[in-house]
Design a protein around this ligand. Structure first.
Ligand code: DQA
Length: 147
């Protein structure tokens, strides 16, 4: 079995309640369950570990731990996307591919959201497609040739 980490950053634990007109009605738990189902159907070689943290340090710890036993990470860094050089360095420091995802299209919102300081060190990015941003990232990791 090949392990993938689905990592979600700050405030994504509030999905379903937080600005549903922007982020949708799915709760984090439902999103994680739907991803597990997607993987079972389309990429049964993968097993998912899902983590959410509000703290930058916990996200860094999760990325560092993932390098030991995961083939890749699907990462929504949430607001940290826009300014966390610590997360950028963590992504750059680990050898496994990290795919940046966003539920919303961060280029079509407030100006500050159109800056991603992690993009350059991520293997790919998918945004603006809700749950499908995550499944696109999983498809990408499934198709990617090992480097
Ligand atoms: C987000 C976009 C970020 O700008 C925001 O801070 C989030 C969620 C998204 O998934 O669309 O918390 O990453």
């Amino acid at each position: 079995m090949v392990k993938l980490l689905i990592l979600n950053g700050p405030n994504l634990n509030l999905l379903g309640n937080r600005l549903p007109e922007i982020y949708g009605a799915l709760t984090l738990k439902q999103l994680q369950q739907q991803l597990a189902q997607y993987v079972q159907t389309h990429h049964p070689q993968f097993t998912l570990t899902c983590l959410q943290a509000n703290c930058e340090g916990a996200l860094i710890d999760a990325l560092q731990a993932a390098r030991l036993d995961c083939a890749g990470v699907v990462f929504n860094p949430a607001a940290y996307t826009h300014y966390s050089y610590a997360l950028r360095d963590a992504i750059e420091a680990i050898a496994i591919p990290v795919v940046e995802v966003h539920l919303t299209d961060i280029d079509q919102r407030e100006d500050f959201r159109s800056i991603s300081v992690v993009r350059e060190v991520c293997a790919a990015h998918f945004q603006g497609r809700g749950l499908q941003s995550y499944t696109d990232a999983i498809d990408y990791l499934a198709e990617r040739k090992p480097s």
